[in-house]
Design a protein around this ligand. Structure first.
Ligand code: PLP
Length: 362
């Protein structure tokens, strides 16, 4: 793009929509009303209450607002959780292919990253038996992510039931459930939050936020529900790390949760149309097959029959077709044979991108 090329960007990991106007206005008003100082490190009380109510409404599970810790985006919760549980000698399980930050932060903590596979023949849902089989006495934390990046996979309730039941035998293992795409589901799929299992609440960190649902990636606003016993520790990490989240962003986040949800619904209608378009178009390419994974805003087609590696496909698409995508291997070694296509771009651009790719694959 910097060289003046007309690149169609299907590599992007954020909604291509603007933050809904009433949310922007609430942020502006907060600044005009003089919310310029520090806030409590764990977030303003009305926001934590609104988060608890929103979670209760969406998942039907009671949430104590005092267990909600508001942080600058989804990532800080991952970092804090892994810092707390990771150290040399400890093992942390994480999905592969998966959000690359998991493995990177686990390594940074000194813990050993233990990948578990998300497989195409299972529609990229995790297999609870496979995850449970990897637990050892050194396991401290399991990271799960549904709906998932980069695959769009959604794990069904039966599999989550099985994971939670299996964890009863491993009381030393905590769980970080990354549910940042929990409202991005298609084709009638439903999301099962780990918050709906009271038996693991004392060892569950449930991460969610505003970035994807409300198109607010640049505001830096997210939260997690923490076990009561860890709230003081994570709040201390917040004080030491960032003091608090930008005050105006918190008021904007409050408006997002308590105001009209029509903009979210409209965005999801657009994503759903694009999903159907891209999955069908990818399946029409020679040597490419794509499962209809039903969550987030990513398609993760299998390109093995083209004879290219993921990296070669990514480079061909970028250099010859002027279409930016991301090699599956950027999400872990087991992403080989796949390429991530984001459909956070217009239907017209998606159609143009696939036609360009079709030409260079002939
Ligand atoms: N979790 C997953 C699975 C993601 O894909 C992302 C962003 O791409 C995040 C968390 C981080 O979100 P944030 O931008 O709010 O830090």
């Amino acid at each position: 793009m910097a060289q003046g090329k007309d690149i169609i960007n299907l590599g992007i990991g954020q909604p291509d929509f603007k933050t809904p106007d009433h949310i922007v206005q609430a942020g502006i008003k907060a600044l005009q009303d003089g919310h310029h100082g520090y806030t409590p490190a764990n977030g303003i009380a009305p926001l934590r209450q609104a988060v608890a109510q929103d979670l209760e409404r969406r998942h039907g599970a009671p949430v104590d607002p005092d267990c909600v810790v508001v942080v600058p985006g989804g990532k800080p919760t991952m970092f804090f959780a892994v810092l707390m549980f990771g150290e040399p000698g400890a093992e942390i399980l994480y999905p592969n292919p998966g959000f690359p930050i998991y493995e990177s932060v686990i390594k940074f903590s000194g813990a050993t990253p233990i990948p578990y596979a998300l497989q195409e023949d299972n529609d990229f849902a995790f297999d609870a038996d496979q995850v449970l089989a990897k637990i050892t006495p050194a396991t401290r934390l399991i990271i799960i992510n549904s709906p998932a990046n980069p695959t769009g996979g959604v794990t069904p309730k039966t599999e989550i039931d099985k994971l939670v039941a299996g964890l009863a035998k491993h009381p030393h293992v905590a769980l970080l459930s990354d549910e940042i795409y929990s409202q991005m589901l298609y084709g009638g799929r439903t999301h099962t939050s780990l918050l709906t299992y009271p038996e693991i609440r004392d060892r569950l960190i449930m991460l969610d936020g505003w970035s994807k649902t409300y198109a607010m990636t640049g505001w830096r606003l997210g939260y997690a529900v923490w076990p009561k016993a860890l709230v003081a520790d994570v709040t201390r990490l917040c004080i030491n790390d960032h003091s608090c989240v930008n005050a105006a962003a918190q008021y904007a986040g409050l408006a997002a949760l308590t105001g009209p949800q029509d903009a979210v619904a409209e965005m999801m209608v657009a994503f759903d149309q694009r999903r159907q378009l891209i999955v069908q178009a990818l399946n029409s390419l020679p040597g490419v097959s794509c499962v209809d994974a039903s969550g987030a805003f990513y398609a993760f087609p299998n390109i093995k029959a083209t004879g290219m590696t993921s990296r070669q496909a990514q480079d061909l698409f970028l250099n010859e077709a002027n279409v930016a995508t991301i090699s599956g291997t950027s999400f872990g070694a087991w992403g080989e044979g796949y390429v991530r296509f984001s459909y956070a771009n217009s239907a017209q651009n998606i159609e143009r991108a696939i036609e360009r790719i079709r030409k260079v694959m002939k």
